[in-house]
Design a protein around this ligand. Structure first.
Ligand code: DQA
Length: 150
């Protein structure tokens, strides 16, 4: 059973490579490497493997999600600022036919109005936000629960 599992893909969008030093009052001081290490450890505990991917480019993220359809079992994505603007990433999520969970470090509804809208959330299984780096871990647990019941 476990051998048929493809890795879960974690996608980090633009500026998330700067975590640790980027606006720590909003995003905390945990680095992206720390987040990826925690996710990899949690995935192993839950019996899954993980691939992580970060890009500042919209087209690169679209391409990686397209590849996921063949190579991965599901996707955990923090699209960063593209959450609010990218029809292309939304379309890729919609077309990939995999369960996708959206996550955010910050609670986007407590911030500027332009951040309140996600173009991804209604083509994702669900969304986790507002818990800092823990949002990713909760999102991974949620994605695994969806994968294990399908
Ligand atoms: C973010 C929220 C977005 O509005 C912002 O552009 C980001 C990070 C978050 O994780 O809280 O880059 O996705």
């Amino acid at each position: 059973m476990t051998s048929k599992r493809k890795p879960i893909l974690v996608v980090h969008g633009p500026n998330l490579n700067m975590l640790g030093s980027r606006e720590p009052e909003i995003y905390g001081t945990t680095t992206l490497a720390d987040i990826d290490a925690s996710l990899t450890a949690l995935a192993a505990e839950l019996g899954w493997t993980l691939e992580t991917y970060q890009s500042n480019g919209e087209g690169d993220i679209v391409t990686r999600i397209q590849q996921a359809a063949a190579c991965n079992s599901g996707v955990l994505i923090n699209p960063g600022a593209y959450t609010h603007t990218s029809v292309a990433i939304r379309d890729a999520v919609s077309a990939c036919a995999l369960p996708v969970v959206e996550c955010h470090l910050s609670n986007i509804h407590r911030r500027e109005e332009f951040r309140h809208r996600s173009l991804i959330v209604d083509v994702a299984v669900g969304q986790v936000m507002g818990f800092g780096a823990t949002s990713y871990l909760l999102g991974l647990r949620a994605l695994v629960s969806v994968l294990e019941r399908s």
